[in-house]
Ligand binder design. Structure first.
Ligand SMILES: Cc1ncc(COP(=O)(O)O)c(C=O)c1O
Length: 364
């Protein structure tokens, strides 16, 4: 039997394209892109072609080979952060965070700070900087020197006055807690600790990166300049791929870190097909469509409050689970996170699809 860690739908999937998932019980609309994994939607032609072409040549060689798609992606990703530095590719978001934590432990002394509401992954290192007590506490004790603070500038300032800070790990917009942007005062405090103590700022862009919020990285909205950026989810166009970007520096030497599978060459080819599409014009469309979707959702009778940036939108409801159930009956798949309905649709969602989703979610 399968491990019971997930709560799957009673649906048998047959094929998927755009935001539509064809199943044995009809066509369902996916409003969260496979949990934020498919920026270009299901079955994008260019991504599929890249996967087919690469896998016809090889599916795995080993980390004794440099993959040209990986080298290209590294340059493109670093260009988004200012140019120099290095990229360590892995297979998932939590692995991208592990590499960031190892870099912090190797290069700085002091505590690793994260904030209430943060989610950074489920391996033991990433779990040590993850807030949710229900998923963290059964596995304690975790890494020493990881401190979860209230998500406020004054809490970080007070801590940094007394103790050395090696790194601050943060989600600029918390995804799993229900799409909650950080405030400007916390961003100021993070910058102050970086400037005054040389603490590393680790931006977890696993959910928010790759144009999801209308800028390539969400930290751009908050004026941060991270030392490390963790990426995953959509980076491999639906195939497993994570990346840890070291902005302007390199923490590791030969043998310091690694994985048999990382990076997978087919994931890199798919990722290259995704990155090529994320032009400034494409991102402007994400902003525009995000506004259209947010406006439509705000008018729904069950929507208490709507927040987010670009196509990362959280909607509070008095009973989000009930909204999810009603939507399922209308063949709209919703994702509930932190008690809110979390929309992370394909960035390629069309205006007509937005209208259709909003229409189906009006239960009145
Ligand atoms: C912000 C954030 N960090 C880390 C992770 C962990 O990524 P993965 O599930 O690929 O290990 C997630 C996944 O939801 C995430 O949203």
């Amino acid at each position: 039997m399968l491990s019971p860690v997930y709560s799957p739908y009673a649906l048998v999937p047959e094929r998927a394209e755009g935001i539509a998932i064809h199943t044995d019980r009809g066509v369902y609309l996916d409003t969260y892109a496979g949990i934020g994994v498919l920026p270009l939607g299901h079955g994008d032609g260019e991504v599929l072609r890249a996967i087919q072409e690469k896998s016809a040549r090889f599916v795995h060689l080993s980390n004794y080979f440099v993959d040209p798609d990986g080298a290209w992606m590294a340059e493109q990703l670093l260009a988004q952060t200012g140019g120099a530095g290095s990229v360590y590719f892995s297979n998932s978001g939590t692995e991208a965070v592990e590499a960031a934590l190892k870099a912090a432990k190797k290069s700085r002394k002091g505590s690793i700070i994260s904030f209430e509401g943060d989610f950074h992954g489920r391996t033991l290192g990433a779990l040590s900087v993850t807030w949710s007590p229900s998923i963290r506490e059964p596995f304690e004790p975790l890494l020493p020197d990881c401190v979860l603070l209230p998500r406020r500038g004054d809490a970080l300032r007070a801590f940094a006055r007394e103790r050395a800070v090696a790194a601050v790990v943060l989600e600029c917009i918390q995804g799993n807690s229900g799409v909650l942007p950080m405030d400007g005062d916390l961003a100021d405090a993070v910058q102050a600790v970086q400037r005054e103590q040389g603490a590393l700022v680790v931006a977890d862009e696993i959910q928010t990166g790759l144009g999801r919020t209308g800028s390539f990285f969400a930290y751009e909205h908050f004026g941060l300049r991270p030392d490390i950026v963790a990426m995953g989810k959509g980076l491999g166009g639906g195939l497993p791929l994570g990346a840890t970007l070291f902005c302007g520096w390199e923490p590791f030497g030969p043998g310091d870190h690694g994985s048999t599978f990382a990076p997978n060459p087919v994931s890199l080819a798919a990722g290259r097909a995704v990155l090529r599409r994320l032009t400034p014009e494409f991102l402007q469309e994400v902003v525009r469509k995000g506004e259209v979707l947010a406006k439509g959702l705000s008018a729904l009778p069950w929507a208490r409050s709507v927040r987010g940036l670009g196509l990362m939108i959280g909607v509070s409801a008095s009973d989000a689970a009930e909204v999810r159930r009603k939507a399922f009956d209308r063949r709209v798949l919703l994702n509930v996170a932190g008690g809110a309905v979390r929309f992370l649709p394909a960035l390629t969602i069309t205006d007509a699809e937005i209208d259709e989703v909003v229409r189906l979610l009006d239960f009145s």
